[in-house]
Design a protein around this ligand. Structure first.
Ligand code: A2P
Length: 305
């Protein structure tokens, strides 16, 4: 079975399976991976400015020759572009790098800002600055009428922030992209997003290399029962919850495998629902105490909305 599209709150269709590109270039094979993936049927490519690989992706997409209208290209601008006067330029930079005229979806990568002069993935606590999320979001709303972006959304947003944000929006975010796999299920957040008309994309849907989802005994047992693989079970579970997934792989066999789901029974869905450990791969609080609010809203409130 192959997954279809997810309809966003503006009627746009987003392919439910995309290709993740974070750190996909470690082995220097990104261009080939993009071409292989597109040839296998991937149409949704998930990018970000801070991944530092958009030029190579843009070049590969040109070379592979699939019409632009058939692709679904997502990118995210970095935290150093949150000041409202910088947002339009951040999109232009992304389009330049990807060699595209428009994005299908632009995401605010994180709900906090850092100083404009910081362009690296590591920064100091002192570089975090107070730019209200709504100021950045209003600048994103203004981009839609330029035709340079079809949909706008957010990433790594918790429910408390979204609850404060939504009543102030002219355009409600189309998507919230967050870390989701069987060990970090985000049940409450997913329920809230669905109720609010926000589609959810799960990043690290296989747990990446650090979270041991694919070695989980129950996931392995379900995989065997369906003559599939643990990766297929993890992806099928997310898709059955109505969540888009962006697994990454540089291997042709696994790229192909990740496009095909198994049909899980309701009992299997329920049992997988019980193995949640709230175990995240990504949490800025590990490095920056002042960002604890991002994923631990019970401990600290977002300072600026
Ligand atoms: P590889 O590129 O060698 O396939 P995530 O998308 O959750 O971040 O996980 C990505 C990791 O999972 C990569 O290390 C990737 O390695 C591996 N991976 C991707 N697809 C599969 C699969 N079908 N089976 C096993 N490992 C996979």
């Amino acid at each position: 079975m192959m997954a279809k599209n997810i309809e966003l709150n503006n009627g746009e269709l987003m392919p439910a399976i995309g290709l993740g590109t974070w750190r996909a270039d470690e082995s220097g094979v990104l261009a080939q991976t993009i071409k292989t993936a597109v040839n296998l049927g991937y149409r949704h490519i998930d990018c970000a400015k801070i991944y530092g690989n958009q030029e190579e992706i843009g070049k590969a997409l040109k070379e592979v020759g699939v019409p632009r209208k058939d692709l679904y290209i997502v990118s995210k601008f970095y935290q150093n572009k949150h000041r409202p006067e910088l947002v339009a330029g951040a999109l232009d930079e992304i389009l330049d790098e990807l060699q595209l005229d428009y994005l299908d979806l632009l995401l605010m990568h994180w709900p906090y800002a850092i100083k404009p002069e910081i362009g690296t993935i590591t920064f100091a606590s002192i570089d975090i600055e107070d730019v209200p999320i709504m100021d950045t979001w209003r600048a994103m709303e203004d981009l839609v009428s330029t035709g340079k972006v079809r949909s706008i959304g957010v990433s790594n947003f918790n429910q408390a922030v979204l609850e404060k944000m939504i009543p102030q929006c002219r355009i409600v975010p189309a998507v919230n992209q967050v870390e989701i796999h069987p060990y970090n299920q985000e049940k409450e957040l997913v329920k809230f997003c669905k109720k609010s008309g926000i589609a959810v994309t799960g990043y690290c849907p296989l747990g990446g290399t650090k979270i041991n989802v694919m070695n989980d005994d129950f996931i392995k047992h379900v995989a065997e029962a369906h003559i599939g693989t643990p990766a297929q079970v993890a992806l099928s579970w997310a898709l059955a919850r109505g969540i888009a997934v962006i697994p990454k792989s540089t291997n042709e066999i696994r790229l192909k495998q990740n496009l095909h789901q198994v049909t899980l029974t309701s009992d299997e869905m329920r049992m997988i629902g019980k193995i949640d450990k709230h175990e995240r791969k990504v949490d800025p609080a590990r490095e920056y105490k002042e960002l604890e609010w991002v994923f631990h809203e019970d401990k600290m409130e977002c300072p600026v909305i």
